[in-house]
Design a protein around this ligand. Structure first.
Ligand SMILES: Cc1cc2nc3c(=O)[nH]c(=O)nc-3n(C[C@H](O)[C@H](O)[C@H](O)COP(=O)(O)O)c2cc1C
Length: 226
């Protein structure tokens, strides 16, 4: 059975990135309901360029292990770059603030490099989530517009999870080992891996499931004309 669906304002305001999950799996029917919702996302010219691979059980466990080993041995093969050094101004300040608030919430001192590394590596364990969706896309031009379509899809997916009483987290880090993931899942080289979403039931007893990130006022983001 699907869980009851929340009202939109409650859904959008209560969604947050959860970094602690219960092992309890969703049923195939529950996963399918979320996938069905996400399928209604808008896309440039209705191209619907999302190619999604959902992993659970043994496959998920194998990928978790391989991503961790790859990372510890210094092997990463992301299809798209990611670096804090690319952020600047207000954006890097917000990124630092996010990290500060998260580590504070889970009780890790900012100078404790060992525990910070452990927390970073938990990304590859899908934060214990029973399922993860890898979001692949075809390559069109400079890839900006197709990537924005994948973002649309991801937000529908995340809001659907929330509305149905589940939880998720989008993770750029799940795209850091794209070659290995493609190989393991039998995905053709023509698809790029943008990011992944771990999902399941939030472990609400854990601080990592209860952090809430601040938002700047609307006026900082929007200019009204006319
Ligand atoms: C595309 C995308 C990729 C992200 N990648 C990661 C990630 O790899 N690891 C992580 O812990 N959080 C990741 N996040 C979560 C963000 O840190 C989070 O969305 C942000 O701090 C706002 O918090 P909220 O989602 O709880 O509102 C990602 C978010 C997005 C949208």
């Amino acid at each position: 059975m699907n869980n009851p669906v929340l009202a939109f304002d409650e859904t959008v305001r209560s969604r947050s990135s959860v970094r602690a999950f219960l092992p309890t799996p969703l049923s195939d029917e529950q996963i399918r309901a979320v996938l069905q919702d996400a399928q209604y996302s808008p896309s440039n010219c209705n191209t619907q360029p999302w190619h999604v691979h959902v992993v659970s059980g043994e496959t998920k466990a194998r990928l978790a292990k391989m991503m961790t080993v790859n990372d510890l041995e210094g092997r990463q093969t992301p299809d798209f770059t990611f670096s804090y050094e690319d952020f600047h101004g207000d954006y890097i300040e917000r990124a630092y603030e996010q990290a500060r608030l998260y580590y504070e919430a889970i009780g890790i001192d900012r100078d404790d490099k060992v525990r910070r590394k452990e927390a970073y590596l938990r990304n590859y364990q899908f934060f214990n989530a029973p399922h993860a969706a890898f979001l692949f896309m075809p390559s069109f031009g400079d890839n900006i517009r197709v990537a924005s379509d994948i973002g649309m899809y991801a937000q529908s997916f995340l809001l659907s999870l929330t509305a149905r009483g589940f939880a998720g987290i989008p993770q750029t880090m799940l795209g850091f080992h794209a070659d290995m993931i493609r190989n393991e899942l039998g995905v053709s080289d023509e698809y790029r891996l943008l990011f992944g979403i771990s999902f399941g039931y939030a472990d609400t007893s854990a601080a990592a499931a209860n952090t809430r990130m601040p938002r700047v006022p609307v006026e900082n983001s929007v200019v009204m004309h006319g």
